[in-house]
Ligand binder design. Structure first.
Ligand SMILES: Cc1cc2nc3c(=O)[nH]c(=O)nc-3n(C[C@H](O)[C@H](O)[C@H](O)COP(=O)(O)OP(=O)(O)OC[C@H]3O[C@@H](n4cnc5c(N)ncnc54)[C@H](O)[C@@H]3O)c2cc1C
Length: 266
């Protein structure tokens, strides 16, 4: 994505101009997953560029670009708060990157639709990833509260501990159910699932539940939760869980879901 346009994809500044069978790509990119050089990065990437600058999203086209193509300039290597494995760290500038027209991944002007189609499926998988975070947080909460004695009793015996632990479990199971439904409906070829309705619903449920489960566990564990040297990973998990709220911003998902409710593009 373009750091200046953010979630407003139609405002993207990068362009692709067709000359003699090749497109020439120019413009800035940032937070491109797996764009680090070396073994952790990919050999090729997908780049959305404007082939028609008079249009907004319908002027965007999708290109397959080799990682070693001349003209890909990496700038500052940022440090991410979470999901560092995604390696979406580098500021990138494309300068006259030459791409043969056969590497157009979808028809001209249909680039964003192609990307959104792919992401809609991916969100069901990502929702299940978030369920895993919730489960890990519950396990940490149980480990701590069953082994820590306060006022002569394990913490788990106090009613105030039951409420958050039970709520976390309810949310994790509800998230798993809706994420599984999203994936099954996608596999069955359901039209609304392909459009993203179920995967976005699942993603919103599972990701905010994951963040909430980490927060609740930290509260249950007290100071040890944020002390790295003690060996409890909650500080790391809380930080990582926030990434679910960033790379697919909740407000845009809510807009998508509200559009579904009123059957109208909002
Ligand atoms: C780990 C990671 C990996 C990523 N990988 C990729 C990748 O591979 N490829 C890629 O293209 N991008 C990638 N991204 C970038 C991601 O797509 C952007 O972070 C996302 O599009 C949001 O843009 P932004 O962060 O600039 O937020 P902004 O666009 O600045 O938005 C800021 C906030 O304002 C809200 N907002 C914006 N407009 C409205 C509105 N009209 N109404 C209500 N609220 C609004 C947003 O929901 C958000 O909460 C990645 C990001 C991360 C963190």
């Amino acid at each position: 994505m373009d750091p200046e346009s953010g979630v407003d994809m139609g405002a993207m500044r990068g362009t692709a101009e067709l000359k003699g069978g090749y497109y020439y790509l120019n413009g800035p990119k940032w937070w491109m997953s797996s764009s680090s050089p070396g073994p952790v990065g990919l050999n090729w990437h997908l780049a959305l560029m404007k082939t028609d600058t008079t249009k907004r999203t319908s002027g965007l086209s999708l290109f397959i670009v080799n990682d070693d193509a001349p003209g890909i300039i990496r700038g500052r290597e940022g440090d991410l708060m979470g999901q560092r494995w995604a390696c979406a760290r580098y500021e990138i500038m494309l300068k006259d990157v030459k791409v043969h027209k056969k590497y157009l991944a979808a028809p001209e002007g249909k680039g964003l639709y192609a990307i959104v189609d792919a992401m809609n499926k991916h969100m069901g998988n990502q929702a299940l990833q978030a369920v895993g975070v919730s489960e890990a947080a519950i396990r940490q909460a149980l480990d701590y509260t069953t082994t820590t004695i306060r006022w002569d009793h394990p913490l788990i015996e106090y009613q105030g501990v039951h409420f958050p632990v039970a709520d976390m479990w309810v949310n994790a199971e509800a998230s798993r159910a809706i994420a599984t439904k999203a994936c099954k409906l996608w596999d069955a070829g359901d039209e609304e699932a392909k459009h993203g309705k179920w995967s976005v619903l699942a993603f919103r449920m599972a990701t905010s539940s994951a963040v909430d489960a980490c927060r609740k566990t930290i509260e249950l564990m007290g100071a040890r939760a944020i002390e790295r040297e003690e060996g409890w990973p909650m500080e790391l998990m809380y930080r990582e869980s926030m990434i679910f709220q960033l790379y697919r911003t909740p407000n845009v998902d809510r807009k998508f879901l509200a559009s579904y409710l009123v059957r109208k593009r909002l």
